[in-house]
Every structure is written in C-alpha cells, then in structure tokens.
Design a protein around this ligand. Structure first.
Ligand SMILES: Cc1cc2nc3c(=O)[nH]c(=O)nc-3n(C[C@H](O)[C@H](O)[C@H](O)COP(=O)(O)OP(=O)(O)OC[C@H]3O[C@@H](n4cnc5c(N)ncnc54)[C@H](O)[C@@H]3O)c2cc1C
Length: 437
C-alpha cells in the first residue's frame, strides 16, 4: 500500500520504496499512455497489485501503476464457463462477479486479498493434488508491452505464449485483462482437526490422494498437527456455515487477536513458545462446516508475518519435512508460527513452481517483528537439497543462475522477455536478480 508521503510498503513490511510517481489508470488506454510516457522518459514502470508478496517482486522505484481502479467484469462466456476480468480485480470481489452466472474459481489459496494479476504473476496456489495453481485457470490475457502496444494471448491467438504470460512475474508487460476458466459453482465441506503429527505423516500419501484439498499445519515444539480436509460437493448440497459469532471467535479472536498477543509475548519471552504452540493447536482447529467454495478456501490473516515457501517433487515432501523437524529440534530456536504443507498437480506454466511435476509445498513463517534470516536460510538449504523451487512471491535468496537449473523453460522465458521488453522497462532489482539483467 502507498502511505501518506508517497512511500509504498508491502503487507509483510519486508519491502518498501518511494516511487518517482504513482498512477491509478482506470482504462487500458490509460495504462498504454502511462507505459509510453515512462518509456519516453527512461523511467522503469511496474504494475502493483495488493502488495502481498514478501519478496521485492512488486517494488516500483520508477512509476508505480496501482491498478485498483482497473477492476471488474469485462465479459462472461457462459457456454464455456469463462469470464474476462480487468487485471486489478481483487480475488475477494470475484465470487460476487461470478454468482450471476453460477460459476466459481476452481481453486484458491489461503486468503483472497490479492489481485488476480498479482496472484497469477507469482504462481499463487492453494492445495489439492488434482488441482493446479491459479495461473493454470488462465486461458487468455491481454497485456501492454514495453512498446505500449497490446498483446492478446489466448488459445487462438499467440497460444504458444500463454504458459509464459499467465505466470509472468510482471516481467513481460502490464496485464490489463485476464480470462479465467471457471467451474460450476460448488460447495466445500471442511473438516479441520488437531491430530498427532506422526499419524498424519504415516498415511500422508493416502490422505493427499483421497481428498480433494488436503493440507496440514505443524506447530513447532509440539507433536501435533492441524489438518484441513475439504471435499467438493454440488452447489445444491445442504450448507452448514459457521455461525457468524463462532467464525468471529475462531478467525478474529483466536486466529488473530490471541495469536497477536501470543506472538508479542513470545517475542519478549521466547521460552513460552512451546507452551503457546500447544495451546494454539488445541484452540485453532476442530471444526466442521459446509459453505460456498470461496468462503471455505479463504481465511483471514491479520497477524503480520514473513514467509518462505518451497515447492518440492511430491515424493520429497516427507524427507524434507523430517529434515526440517530435526533442524528445529537441533537448533533450539523458538518458532511461534506453524509450518504449512500443501499439494498441487503438475502444470505447464513455464515458471510455475509445479512445472512438469506433481508438487508438495512446505512453507515456514515468522512473526514480522522477528528476524527470519537464520531460520529461513537453514530451511532453504534443506529445500534446495530436495529439488526445491522457491515461491516467486515469498522470501528466498536464489538468483538467475540457480533458478535456471531448476526450470527447464527458464531460457525460453528470458528469450521472450528479451523480445517483449528489450530495454527492461519492467525491470526492478528483484527481477534483475532472479531473471538476470
Ligand atoms: C497473508 C498472505 C497470505 C498468502 N497466501 C498465499 C497462498 O495461500 N498461496 C500462495 O501461493 N501465495 C500466498 N501468498 C502470496 C501472494 O499470493 C502472492 O505474493 C501474490 O503475488 C500477491 O498478489 P498481489 O496482488 O498482492 O501482488 P503484488 O505482490 O502486488 O505483485 C506481485 C507481482 O505481480 C505483478 N503484477 C501485479 N499486477 C500486475 C499486472 N496487472 N500486470 C503485470 N504484472 C502484475 C507485480 O508487478 C509483481 O511482479 C500470501 C501472501 C500473504 C501476505
């Protein structure tokens, strides 16, 4: 978000910048004018979504294009269950836009505050071994390239570019419209419960295969996990949503308020963390409800944190998790945030963390007022040893040379970037690091 005085900072407070100027284009033509003006002046330009990336991927030292006003539905194709959205549309606005057509997004991540373009550009994903990340739901896009021209990509136009443009790190141009392949609206049955971690690990593969959407959180310094198993049901299925008061107690009071207090106490007195985590796992889980898919997928996260997440070949999740657990025991750190483990299907997006391989994700978090460096660096070394690819929007230390080895289509992406943005109008320090200059 941009603060009074013109300073922009991200949600995790890990990145900030004072852009030379901030613009709020409302139309495609206004985006084109802004890009041409920046190019003429020799100033870099960057579209920014909700600022929810923990890395510097959205940092815009030159012209910051805030696309909040480029929002809403452009067209709906009910025959093919597709909608075209303006690029700045926030995920939490999409369910109401889809409702009149009886549609829903196929899968979502943990929260819905991001913009659709920001989410796809970093490879944002949820969980479910038969489902890809949000970028796999994109079947068309229109972007403004560095020349100010429009590039339309779809299954019938420039189709070969879709796997790059749908997950483009903001490096190929400014997306102005995206077309989403939706599914008929559906309901999710959610089962969230605390369990013994060893029991969860013992039949992890079976649980992941059996469930539509399975994930678990491990609370360090405990032998407990909180599992979440969501089952897809037709829209006509009876709903048993969480009562508003119960939901408020779980999500706001326990999930956020008490957790905020716990993190503050834990920061001052780290020795209390194991006890706090034991209480957290008891309070946090244990609920069952059925509701519209978007209301079940998305939760709220109001306690600020920093995060690193690595995607692994799915068969490496168990050994990597075991190594992480041993590391936390061995180091004697006090970690107040849970470790999250999720799953996704292989996909074809060139820079997707799940490109060409069924994947599991291990994410580590730290309260934003704590220095995550030692913990994240050590975890990163483990993940790299198991073939990990870092989430583009979450903290990591890899550069282009290290990433090239991990992505078979890396050079194709760089070549496309050379073609669409030869002068590096959309460059920023993070992109220079991860893609090269
Ligand atoms: C609390 C929290 C929960 C999260 N949960 C998840 C999760 O469950 N799963 C997951 O995978 N990730 C998760 N993330 C990470 C988050 O989804 C990604 O970092 C996502 O990119 C943020 O979207 P945004 O709109 O904030 O994009 P920003 O961070 O603002 O931008 C990200 C990138 O998108 C580019 N971009 C934005 N708009 C455009 C455009 N119109 N054209 C071209 N490029 C554009 C930017 O230039 C930048 O490169 C979470 C982050 C937070 C803070």
């Amino acid at each position: 978000m941009t603060r009074p005085g013109g300073r922009w900072e991200n949600w995790g407070r890990s990145e900030s910048v004072r852009p030379q100027r901030v613009e709020f284009p409302r139309t495609t033509e206004a985006v084109q004018r802004a890009v041409v003006a920046a190019a003429t002046q020799g100033i870099p330009v960057k579209a920014v979504g909700a600022g929810h990336s923990f890395t510097g991927i959205a940092v815009a030292p030159g012209v910051l294009l805030d696309l909040s006003d480029l929002s809403g539905l452009v067209t709906a194709d009910t025959e093919r269950s597709r909608v075209t959205l303006r690029a700045g549309t926030r995920l939490h606005h999409i369910p109401a836009l889809l409702a009149p057509y009886g549609l829903a997004m196929e899968n979502l991540g943990d929260i819905d505050r991001q913009s659709i373009s920001g989410a796809i550009s970093t490879g944002t994903h949820g969980t479910g071994s038969r489902f890809g990340g949000i970028a796999t739901q994109i079947v068309g896009a229109t972007l403004v390239t560095a020349s100010g021209e429009l590039l339309v990509v779809s299954e019938s136009e420039n189709a070969d570019l879709l796997p790059a443009v749908a997950l483009g790190l903001g490096a190929l141009g400014v997306l102005v419209e995206v077309t989403v392949q939706c599914v008929p609206a559906f309901v999710l049955h959610a089962l969230e419960q605390p369990e013994a971690l060893d029991a969860v690990l013992a039949d992890l593969d079976a649980r992941v295969a059996a469930a539509d959407h399975f994930e678990f959180y491990w609370f360090p310094h405990t032998d407990r996990a909180m599992t979440k198993t969501n089952t897809r049901l037709p829209e006509s299925a009876p709903r048993h949503p969480l009562a508003p008061v119960g939901k408020w107690i779980d999500d706001t009071l326990v999930g956020s308020g008490l957790h905020q207090v716990a993190c503050s106490v834990a920061r001052t007195i780290p020795a209390t963390i194991p006890a706090i985590n034991r209480v957290s796992v008891k309070l946090w889980g244990d609920r069952e409800f059925t509701d519209a898919s978007s209301r079940v997928f998305a939760t709220s996260r109001s306690v600020r944190f920093r995060e690193m997440e690595y995607a692994l070949p799915v068969e490496n999740v168990r050994p990597a998790f075991d190594a992480l657990r041993a590391l936390v025991d061995e180091k004697g750190w006090r970690i107040s945030f849970p470790v999250e483990v999720r799953f996704a299907a292989a996909d074809d997006r060139w820079l997707s963390t799940a490109h060409g391989r069924a994947s599991g994700y291990i994410a580590v978090h730290r309260y934003w007022r704590e220095d995550p460096t030692e913990y994240f660096d050590a975890v990163e070394q483990i993940m790299l040893g198991f073939g990990g690819r870092p989430h583009w929007g979450k903290m990591h230390t890899l550069d282009a040379a290290a990433l090239r080895e991990r992505y078979p289509r890396f050079d194709d992406f760089v070549a496309l970037r050379d073609r669409l943005d030869p002068e590096r109008l959309f460059q920023n320090p993070y992109l220079e690091r991860v893609l090269g200059g």
